[in-house]
Design a binder for this molecule. Structure first.
Ligand code: ADP
Ligand code: MG
Length: 268
């Protein structure tokens, strides 16, 4: 049986506000966002366009410092880390997948996976190459490793982006509408891949999406509207059982076992 009591928290987001200031006007975008992500869970972030999902993901990825509020991840208060320590933390612990793959066009699939961030260029090692190969095999691109990014289809590019996000064995993968630019079949395939990887490795995924069908297959859904979280199913006691049942049903429909069967590195 799935035992949520034994899940550790990975990221605690507390009262995050973001106000964009330009000359003489201010745009409040996040108005006090709080929630916790636990290790190894797959969470969908939903909400209408403009509700602040991308801004929130950018803040969680430590690419933007919030106007106020705190992020605590792996026992560290991220807002108190100096820039260099923060970028090291980000490289080690957080992977990113974007709606538009953001691959380097002149590099091969293998090179794109090996260099998940510009800082790694030139630091190629045999072990890194081996891991990149393994990841590309895992995402079904064994025969495309040496293709330049421009020669890959949309679905293939997004699978390279998934592999790249996993290169440094992050505890957290943030994905901003990762299937938003794909057709149904490729979206399903990319999502299935992320789910399998989440279950195999215990990596936590937070992904924003407009795709209700995919969101229903996640273990939890956080809904935003106007810069606040309006619903966060599974954190409230009475809804918890329903949501877990939901997830179980979705997983058995998809022909795979429920997420409680995960045997990732974080859940010995
Ligand atoms: P979502 O991803 O949910 O569509 P976003 O986080 O992209 O929402 O945007 C939320 C709101 O923040 C929008 O109204 C957008 O115009 C505004 N916004 C985002 N980035 C900036 C910025 N750099 N400066 C000013 N306003 C911004
Ligand atoms: Mg967005």
């Amino acid at each position: 049986m799935r035992d949520t009591m034994h899940r550790e928290s990975l990221l605690e987001v507390a009262n995050v506000h973001q106000v964009f200031r330009e000359k003489d006007f201010e745009t409040p975008v996040l108005k006090g966002v709080s929630f916790t992500l636990e290790r190894g869970e797959m969470v969908a972030l939903l909400g209408p366009s403009g509700s602040g999902k991308s801004t929130l993901l950018t803040i969680l990825g430590t690419l933007l410092t919030p106007t106020s509020g705190t992020l605590r991840m792996l026992g560290r208060e991220l807002q108190s880390l100096p820039e260099k320590a923060l970028s090291e933390f980000r490289n080690r612990h957080i992977g990113f997948i974007f709606q538009f793959h953001h691959l380097l066009p002149d590099f091969t699939a293998l090179e794109n996976v090996m260099f998940p961030n510009a800082g790694r260029v030139g630091r190629e090692t045999p072990a890194a190459r081996e891991r990149a190969r393994m990841l590309l095999e895992r995402v079904g691109l064994a025969d495309r490793m040496n293709y330049r990014a421009t020669r890959l289809s949309g679905g293939q590019k997004q699978r390279v982006a998934i592999a790249r996000a996993l290169m440094n064995e992050p505890e957290l993968v943030l994905a901003d509408e990762p299937t938003g630019n794909l057709d149904r079949e490729n979206a399903d395939q990319a999502f299935a891949l992320m789910t399998e990887i989440q279950r195999e490795t215990g990596t936590t995924f937070l992904l924003s999406t407009h795709d209700r069908e995919l969101a229903e297959r996640c273990e939890r859904r956080i809904y935003m509207r106007g810069g606040v979280v309006v619903s966060n199913l599974r954190d409230t006691g009475s809804q918890a059982a329903r949501v877990i049942d939901h997830t179980g049903a979705a997983y058995s429909r998809a022909g795979c076992s429920r997420p409680g069967d995960l045997t990732g590195r974080h859940r010995a």
